[in-house]
Design a protein around this ligand. Structure first.
Ligand code: SF4
Ligand code: SF4
Length: 381
């Protein structure tokens, strides 16, 4: 079989194994991305989760000798939840972002890439391949853009005409001289809805993100959340979808294609209060299979406390007081103190005063004082 015919067979096979879009790009260095990454480093806009070596992120030849082409793949994920439970007073709920609904996408992409590798190896014995997803060195988005999967949009996502930006991306570097696809034209035009709707102004200009201000990144940090973001994250437990949900290109992209990504509403939109006392074992059993659990339970619990403060959920104050008294983790005690102050009940005030006498940790004490200051402001008001 000639290469052209093999490429066609590969595309057909990709569709058979649940890859919704596939594209082929050259493995030339990513010069534009390199400039952008250097600029991001200078501005301190990175999240810190990314590969720090800019050469590795932009030079496929450093990741695979004889790199000639990159295969980009996309799998669509759903944007709508059937029978989504509504939070009510006394039983508030948080939310995981859509990319963390259903099975962890890393595993889903890896399974497909492994099948693709086996298919290629069986038909093209001299093939050399290296696959990666998300946590790999290359930028999934830069590869997808070059391979014509979609355009690189102002909200910094890749938008596909078929599935909007609700797609997981992965890639495989190969030594096979495939025919390359053409990149897609930008279709954002004059629109700037995502920039104007971002709750923290994290999209600095179309296509550039200050990850340090992005709620999606902030929900994944483990320390105290800086004050300016505490009231902004709302009930988000993991991730943020605002710049995707406002995007007109995502309208009517329900993407109910792969049952493995269908959300369990009790996981994707869980009750907040039970999260405060969940054990490691329970957390793993319940949330371990979704990608949003990758940082463990602490950030999710901290965000759940902030979400209860956001709702001013007075019925949660006894549970928050328990955390303030007994939790071993300063971030949890301190965030609970802040939340108790925000909610503002009499028992909360008493608990904060008592904790102020007892607490030894400087940072937690500071949070207790912030909590007490909310009461003072309230009185003044
Ligand atoms: S994910 Fe949220 S915070 Fe981050 S850029 Fe989009 S809208 Fe802004
Ligand atoms: S909201 Fe508008 S500017 Fe932003 S990504 Fe969508 S189309 Fe582009």
């Amino acid at each position: 079989m000639n290469l052209e015919g093999f490429q066609q067979e590969l595309v057909a096979y990709a569709s058979e194994i649940g890859i919704d879009k596939i594209g082929f790009a050259s493995a030339e260095p990513f010069y534009n991305l390199r400039h952008r990454l250097i600029r991001q480093q200078q501005l301190k806009y990175q999240s810190g989760f990314e590969e720090p070596d800019i050469d590795k992120r932009t030079r496929p030849d450093l990741l695979l000798d004889e790199a000639v082409s990159i295969i980009a793949i996309a799998i669509a994920y759903p944007s709508k939840m059937k029978d989504a439970p509504q939070g009510v007073r006394g039983a508030r709920r948080g939310i995981f972002s859509r990319s963390s609904w259903g099975k962890d996408y890393h595993a889903a992409l890896r399974e497909r890439l492994t099948l693709l590798e086996a298919f290629i190896a069986a038909h093209y014995p001299e093939a050399r391949m290296r696959s990666m997803v998300d946590t790999g060195e290359l930028s999934d988005r830069a590869v997808a853009e070059r391979a014509g999967i979609g355009w690189s949009a102002k909200n910094t996502n890749i938008i596909t005409p078929e599935f909007g930006s609700y797609v997981y991306l992965g890639e495989m570097i190969t030594n096979i001289p495939f025919r390359f696809d053409e990149p897609m034209e930008d279709q954002c035009g004059d629109c700037r809805l995502c920039i104007d709707s971002c709750p923290t102004g994290a999209i600095v200009e179309g296509g550039q993100l200050n990850a340090q201000r992005c709620v999606s990144f902030l929900t994944q940090t483990k320390g105290f959340l800086p004050d300016e973001f505490r009231t902004v994250i709302g009930n988000r437990l993991y991730g943020c979808d605002t710049c995707q949900t406002v995007c007109p290109k995502n309208k009517r992209k329900a993407n109910q294609i792969h049952p493995e990504f269908d959300p369990d509403p009790e996981i994707a939109k869980p009750l907040l209060e039970p999260l405060l006392t969940i054990s490691n074992k329970e957390f793993k059993a319940k949330f371990g299979y979704v990608s949003g659990s990758w940082r463990g339970k602490k950030p999710i619990q901290r965000n759940a406390i902030l979400a209860l403060a956001h709702f001013k959920e007075a019925s949660a104050v006894p549970a928050l007081i328990e955390l303030l008294i007994r939790d071993e983790r300063p971030v949890i005690r301190g965030t609970a103190a802040w939340a108790i102050g925000k909610i503002g009940t009499d028992e909360g005030l008493l608990a904060l005063k008592q904790a102020e006498q007892r607490e030894q940790d400087e940072e937690v004490l500071e949070e207790i004082q912030k909590g007490l200051a909310f009461f003072a402001e309230e009185l003044k008001g």
